[in-house]
Write a protein that binds this ligand. Structure first.
Ligand SMILES: C[S@@+](CC[C@H](N)C(=O)[O-])C[C@H]1O[C@@H](n2cnc3c(N)ncnc32)[C@H](O)[C@@H]1O
Length: 337
């Protein structure tokens, strides 16, 4: 990276700005570009300011970076200005800069360019899968190689996150010991549901730090969207996870998994109060003791206690005492509210 005194005035100003931002874990860049030039393309879907990667290159004292999903060439341009070693990949078969190579991260037969093995920092800004209004293949770029199904943006959230986690693991295996990976991910509202990429992110190596990036000029903001009096708020941030790779053959990683469990089959986690309350709720209205027994019979929780019917009655009494349910007539129960 160029020395501070070698930079022109505007690039110095930008470096000063990112150094201030990187003093805390909440970073905010209301202006995407330096005042006298444009990095990448402002109108590329999901583009992110080059100041974000610059802040990490500077903070982590990286001389070179490798980029997963280089998009509109934002970080290629930024690295060129600061003389930071750069190589990137993107699905776009006709990459927008000569330092970006075409690569499909979901295709295990394709190898990373070897520059990933010597880079001090990997920067990853993957698509946010499940946001249907964004299109990369035949949207942001012309798809001359039939890649639409490979475009992570077009995948469901679950499938997309699987591919993203696999790609990060592959990148991690190729990184040199001591290198960092900086992963910028979003929190998504789609079709009335909330999805957190951050919560579903696989974290290989040493979890070094996490940052919040304030979002500016968002699509929802431009539409004038608000959630008014609802119980949700407009998402105004993205998350950044920084991991570091120690040396050696062994790798460790945290991979979030989605579990499903019928609480009636939970032996230890769900208490009798949890199960009886949920049963009353599911029966709706007045439930006879037999209705309740029928819902529970044969499930693991009852198998672990031969006096389970007595336990159910005792639990109902206890819940009635604290006002959660009530005894409506002899042998009949319902939730209080
Ligand atoms: C959020 S954008 C990156 C934007 C970039 N940070 C910028 O400022 O321009 C995500 C990128 O992932 C690319 N992409 C989608 N599926 C991919 C895949 N299977 N392999 C590699 N890149 C993929 C898209 O082409 C898109 O450029």
């Amino acid at each position: 990276m160029k020395k501070y005194y070698e930079l022109d005035e505007e690039l110095r100003k930008v470096l000063d700005e990112v150094r201030v931002q990187m003093q805390t874990t909440v970073i905010s860049y209301p202006e995407r570009n330096p005042h006298d030039r444009v990095w990448g393309a402002n109108n590329y879907p999901g583009n992110c300011s080059g100041k974000v990667a610059l802040g990490f290159v500077d903070k982590l004292r990286a001389d070179s970076m490798f980029e997963l999903c280089a998009g509109s060439g934002t970080n290629y341009d930024m690295c060129k200005d600061y003389d930071i070693g750069y190589c990137g990949i993107d699905l776009n078969p006709n990459p927008v800069r000569n330092g970006i190579k075409p690569m499909d991260l979901t295709d295990m037969t394709q190898e990373f360019p070897d520059e990933i093995r010597t880079a001090d920092m990997i920067f990853s800004h993957m698509p946010y899968p499940g946001i249907n209004r964004i299109k990369y293949s035949n949207g942001a770029w012309k798809d001359t190689s039939n890649l639409s199904e490979r475009d992570i943006q077009n995948m469901s959230f679950e499938k997309g996150m699987q591919e993203i986690n696999k790609a990060h693991m592959r990148a991690y295996l190729s990184m040199k010991p001591g290198a960092f990976m900086v992963m910028l991910v979003g929190e998504i509202r789609s079709n009335g549901k909330f999805y957190s990429m951050n919560q579903a992110l696989c974290l290989p190596g040493e979890f070094y730090q996490s940052y919040v990036k304030i979002q500016h000029n968002t699509w929802s903001g431009r539409q004038g969207r608000t959630y008014g009096n609802t119980q949700r708020a407009l998402t105004g941030h993205e998350m950044i996870a920084v991991i570091r790779k120690p040396g050696g053959y062994e790798i460790c990683y945290v991979m979030p998994r989605h579990y499903e469990l019928d609480i009636r089959d939970s032996k230890n986690m769900a208490t009798w109060k949890d199960i009886v309350t949920t049963t009353l709720k599911n029966i709706h209205g007045n439930a006879s003791l037999n209705d309740i027994y029928n819902q529970l019979e044969g499930h693991e929780k009852t198998k672990s206690n031969e006096h389970w019917k007595e336990k159910v009655r005792q639990t109902l009494q206890r819940l009635a005492k604290s006002g959660v349910c009530k005894n409506t007539s002899r042998g009949y129960w319902s939730l209080a509210a």
